[in-house]
Design a binder for this molecule. Sequence first.
Ligand SMILES: [Fe+2]
Ligand SMILES: [Fe+2]
Length: 271
Amino acid sequence: MKIEVLIDNQAQEGFAPEHGLSLLFHFEKEKVLFDTGAGGVFAENFARAGVCMEEISSLVISHGHYDHTGGAASLFASAFTGNVFYGKGMEKTRYSIHPDRPVKELTIPERSLAAWKKLPSERKKEITDFTRINKDFFLTGMIPHVTFEDRGGPFFLDKEGKRKDEIDDEISLLTSAGVLVPGCCHAGIINTLLHCRKNAPHIPVRYIMGGLHLLYADEKKLSKTAEILNGIKSLEKIILLHCTGENAVQYLKEHLFCEVVTGKAGDVFIF
Ligand SMILES: [Fe+2]
Ligand SMILES: [Fe+2]
């Protein structure tokens, strides 16, 4: 199985970078797209990688943030005819509110939301619980928060910052071969791993590949995360992408026992 990075904050020459994420899974018989980036480089990077839209059998939307859903308008307008897996509450209007910055809306961009609304209902597959999709992969459904981890930032459902956004529409993907793929991992990587272990105890996680959203994590959170990851004996390699944050990447490279690398658009990882 291989995973192609189509959109990421970093890019190889020939690909464009963008704050967003999109990965293409090449399973034995089918291709599954995981997220669509923010929309700005979708056409360019997909063309560069030679992606054939009609060959994509399904789309997984990790959560309803603009940087994972912006390219969906282009995908839905293409020859793609597959199903779309998503978490409940994905369409919510939401914001990030940092004390020293203007309020930023993170909702699915209008074009994608309009295209999503027009998609036939039989192609929309809402995932709430941990679910086996086929022989190749599972989707986590909602991930319970049982550890010290927060959502990774100041996320709210209103511009005033009164109602917290728990981002509980977030789903991650686990392959049958033990590759765990979070989009942003707002649920926290330890919560996500525990949820997978509980629901698929027969699949030891060997690889983690995705965004870990640790860019605002303090030393205490990073050290606790590293300590628990180091206790997972099956873990061989972590491929950090998108919103992990430079400090966190450095910290994990220095403190984890397993191999830690970063990826960028244009990279292909074979498992
Ligand atoms: Fe993100
Ligand atoms: Fe996010």
